[in-house]
Design a protein around this ligand. Structure first.
Ligand code: PLP
Length: 286
């Protein structure tokens, strides 16, 4: 089936969609994005993604072209037109096409470019990997300093994924000044006893929407949450570990740099958190 994509107000077959070669997203990676998962045809934590989108726009002096209600209507239309039951909706907003290439932001009022596309992922919440867990390697964090803004400049994360692939594992955890920042496209956590440890929010990591929800549910489930940095050695000595993201939800991590975490098998805490997260989020889906 040809996908229907959204470009600046139009719903088009993907083969007919056009963006200018002078678009600043293409020339400068001057754009931001969001990814919202869809389960049973409904959007998961949609409001959270809208709030972060708005923040990303503000941090980059970029106009947010739509209200939350308008974004919701466009997302729903995309889900319907593409017949998505389980999957992902990608939303990209760039500073638009000023008509030529220049480092400076355009001084005239250039309209942002808005693109949405979907990916169908039947059984997204039943990933077999959630039963077996991921293996990760650590690599240096060589990204820029504003990782809190969800920009489309994803080259170093792509390189990290390739390093992981080459090493025969599932993902890489970035390390800076001896401490884990996050995964290539997810937030990273360790579990020791009843305590969940994850890096505190700053400009050094993306403020994960899934992270916020999972930490809230963990606290409600009487778990201790400690927001602080941890090392790879501490991860190796942890009972369990996991990552969170809008597309992987809560995913166990069973090995780092070849060393088993805990028993080297998926433990009890992480699957429970995954279940709570999915249950609560399905209830609140729109
Ligand atoms: N950290 C990075 C670097 C990411 O790219 C992502 C998601 O793409 C996340 C964390 C998780 O964020 P969220 O839970 O909002 O998907």
């Amino acid at each position: 089936m040809t996908r229907t994509v959204y470009v600046n107000g139009d719903y088009l077959p993907e083969t007919e969609a056009r963006v200018s070669v002078f678009d600043r997203g293409f020339l400068m990676a001057d754009g931001i994005y969001e990814v919202t998962s869809v389960l049973d045809g409904k959007l998961i934590d949609f409001a959270g993604h809208c709030v972060r989108l708005d923040r990303s726009c503000r941090e980059l002096d970029m106009k947010n072209p739509h209200s939350q209600d308008e974004w919701l209507a466009i997302h729903r239309e995309m889900v319907a037109r593409n017949g998505i039951t389980d999957g992902l909706v990608y939303l990209q907003v760039t500073r638009g096409n000023p008509g030529d290439r220049d480092f400076a932001y355009p001084s005239v009022d250039v309209e942002p470019t808005v693109v949405l596309f979907t990916q169908s992922k039947p059984g997204l919440a039943d990933s077999p990997a959630a039963k077996t867990g991921w293996r990760v390697i650590s690599i240096p964090d060589e990204r820029w300093g504003r990782r809190d803004i969800k920009t489309v400049q994803l080259l170093y994360p792509s390189m990290g994924k390739m390093m992981a692939k080459k090493a025969g594992v599932d993902d890489a955890w970035f390390v800076e000044d001896g401490f884990v920042t996050e995964g290539t496209s997810n937030n990273a956590y360790i579990v020791k006893g009843n305590r969940i440890v994850t890096r505190a929010l700053s400009n050094n990591i993306l403020h994960g929407i899934t992270r916020a929800a999972v930490l809230r549910f963990a606290a409600e489930a009487q778990m201790e949450v400690e927001e602080r940095s941890f090392t790879i050695d501490e991860a190796k000595a942890a009972d369990e570990a996991f990552i969170t993201s809008a597309s992987a939800f809560v995913m166990p991590v069973i090995e780092v740099d070849g060393a088993a975490i805990g028993s080297g098998k998926v433990g009890n805490v992480v699957p429970r958190l995954r279940e709570i997260y999915l249950d609560e989020m399905r209830k609140a889906a729109v």
